[in-house]
Design a protein around this ligand. Structure first.
Ligand code: DQA
Length: 143
């Protein structure tokens, strides 16, 4: 089983940015722990601050390189029709993830262009949101 994790803008700053919202931990150390919890899953991880690079990666993973995608599109969640079109255009399931509870934050974070294109959304559980998304994908993919 191949699961791709795709992180959007500013998620390279985890552990350094707005720690009160996103926590103290950097993504690399969390990712190592996540991989250890699922030894049978082949994980890949990609982060970009650029919308086009995220779309390129979604397309690559969505046509053969991965069985499922965990996507945290960061702020593009709330702006990008192009990323939601990419999700709709590929063959593999995508689960939307947010570290923070976007529904409980600013009004402009309450709308997601990703949500309707994804299998489902998980938000508000800190970095554990990624593990919950992996669980959801494994369930979908084992059906
Ligand atoms: C985020 C929420 C977004 O609104 C924000 O722009 C981010 C991170 C989250 O994981 O909570 O960059 O996607």
């Amino acid at each position: 089983m191949k699961i791709s994790i795709i992180n959007g803008p500013n998620l390279n700053l985890l552990g350094r940015r707005e720690k009160d919202i996103y926590g103290e931990r950097d993504f690399d150390s969390y990712f190592a722990e996540l991989k250890a919890q699922y030894p049978d899953v082949e994980f890949s991880c990609f982060q970009s601050n650029s919308e086009g690079a995220l779309i390129d990666r979604i397309q690559e993973d969505g046509f053969g390189k991965a069985d499922g995608i965990v996507l945290n599109a960061g702020a593009y969640t709330h702006t990008s029709v192009a990323i939601s079109d990419a999700i709709r255009g590929i063959r593999v399931p995508v689960v939307e993830v947010h570290i923070s509870n976007v529904a409980a934050r600013e009004e402009y974070r309450r709308h997601s262009f990703m949500a309707a294109a994804c299998k489902g959304s998980i938000a508000g559980f800190g970095l554990d949101s990624y593990r919950l998304a992996v669980e959801a994908l494994l369930n979908i993919l084992s059906r």
